[in-house]
Design a protein around this ligand. Structure first.
Ligand code: SAH
Ligand code: SF4
Length: 379
């Protein structure tokens, strides 16, 4: 057995490194240049969990890597399977922290929730989406969100963001899905605020989009933000992937109460950033709006929402609230949702409703990981 890479080493984390950085490392170790590409492909194309698996790399090279670098691989700690096919993974980091990733199959065509829905693409394409986390916990403090109750424990590295995809691909393969890499779409909508971990998120995107790696298309990745305006601007300039904005309220008074980020960047500044967001290659911004009973779900809210969106080439996803016991918010129910949509539509705004995935398995953001952290404390 090879030593696990970097058990003690303070060295660089291999899965977070670009091909160019691996090339420098390989060079420094006096190895042949093509080894960098081989290593990169093991890490990101095959999604290898360990150096042990990398059978065509010389043992001496792998031993050197193990001594001088780290390879962080997540382990699957718990999986919950919903009757609708959704699978929620609780993943463990090397130091024993928990994060979540949620797999949403959609083999059957038209999806209702869909930041990925592309007008130019046939709706019948097989779509298997993973929702990934970007932080352990979150610093943004949204009142309705379970992840917020953890606070921010730490940022995930680029390698850990990517590895959620690789671990779930391996699990889906083991379940018999035919493809070598079953996942087709990614949404950065799990635990954490992606634009609050900007550098690592950008790095993870470059790795996941890399042709020699997982080779995702930028049209099939969406990053969701609670509204960090300066980073939305930067993201628009520096990335081609799609953006979703969690609006969730129509006045600053209301929004600041739900989402403290609004005190720093208000709705007007957020709308301004979205208006200026570069729409290269037909990419449109999606607005997310979680309906909270008696808070933001009235007809007046719908009218104000339509007003905010007037003239913008955006899409709207209405999200039924997945209740978190103890946070004090409720799901308004199907009838209110339908009425809200009707008002939007009467004001010229077409909305989609996010399918309520995995209700039976507490699939809302943060629920499973918070439970895991409690179990560990109790044990
Ligand atoms: N931090 C980012 C991405 C993660 S949250 C953001 O806020 O956009 C992803 C989405 O889940 C957000 O739109 C958020 O409003 C929503 N959300 C959080 N908790 C929820 C819950 N219990 N039920 C339904 N949606 C929830
Ligand atoms: Fe963080 Fe998003 Fe949850 Fe707000 S909704 S606390 S930004 S994860």
């Amino acid at each position: 057995m090879l030593p696990r890479a970097g058990e003690n080493a303070q060295g660089p984390e291999l899965r977070s490194m670009s091909l160019g950085e691996l090339a420098l490392l390989v060079d420094r170790m006096g190895e042949k240049q093509y080894r960098a590409r081989q290593l990169f492909r093991w890490l990101h194309f095959r999604g290898a969990a360990s150096l042990e698996e990398m059978s065509d790399l010389p043992r001496s090279f792998r031993e050197r890597l193990a001594a001088e670098a780290r390879l962080d691989t997540l382990s699957i700690d718990a999986v919950q399977q919903s009757i609708d096919g959704t699978r929620k993974y609780r993943l463990r980091t090397r130091e024993g922290k928990f994060i979540e990733a949620v797999y949403m199959p959609d083999e059957a065509g038209p999806a209702s929730f869909d930041p990925e829905a592309d007008e130019e693409e046939p709706q019948t394409r097989v779509r298997r989406t993973l929702c990934v986390s970007t932080q352990v916990g979150c610093a943004m403090g949204c009142g309705f969100c379970m992840t917020a109750t953890m606070g921010l424990l730490r940022n995930l590295t680029a390698g850990e963001i990517c590895d959620q995809v690789y671990r779930v691909n391996a699990d889906l393969r083991a379940l018999g899905l035919p493809a070598a890499r079953p996942l087709t779409n990614l949404v950065y909508m799990g635990m954490g605020e992606p634009l609050h971990n900007y550098a690592n998120v950008m790095r993870s995107l470059a790795l996941l989009l890399h042709e020699e790696g997982a080779n995702f298309s930028h049209r099939h990745i969406t990053v969701s933000t609670s509204g960090l305006v300066p980073n939305i601007v930067r993201f628009g300039e520096e990335s081609l992937v799609k953006l979703a904005v969690s609006l969730n309220a129509t006045t600053d008074q209301q929004r600041a109460r739900l989402m403290p980020v609004d005190k720093k960047w208000n709705i007007a500044s957020l709308m301004e950033a979205v208006r200026k967001f570069p729409s290269r290659q037909g990419r449109r911004v999606t607005f997310e709006y979680v309906l909270l009973e008696g808070v933001n779900d009235s007809d007046e809210d719908a009218v104000r929402l339509a007003g905010l969106l007037r003239g913008l080439p955006v899409k709207v996803n209405l999200i039924p609230y997945n209740e978190n016991p103890g946070l004090g918010f409720g799901d308004p129910g199907a009838e209110r949702l339908a009425a809200f949509r009707k008002v939007l539509s009467a004001h010229g705004v077409v909305s989609m409703v996010r399918k309520n995935r995995g209700r039976d398995i507490s699939a809302a953001c943060g629920q499973l990981a918070v439970q895991g952290a409690r179990e560990v404390r109790a044990g």
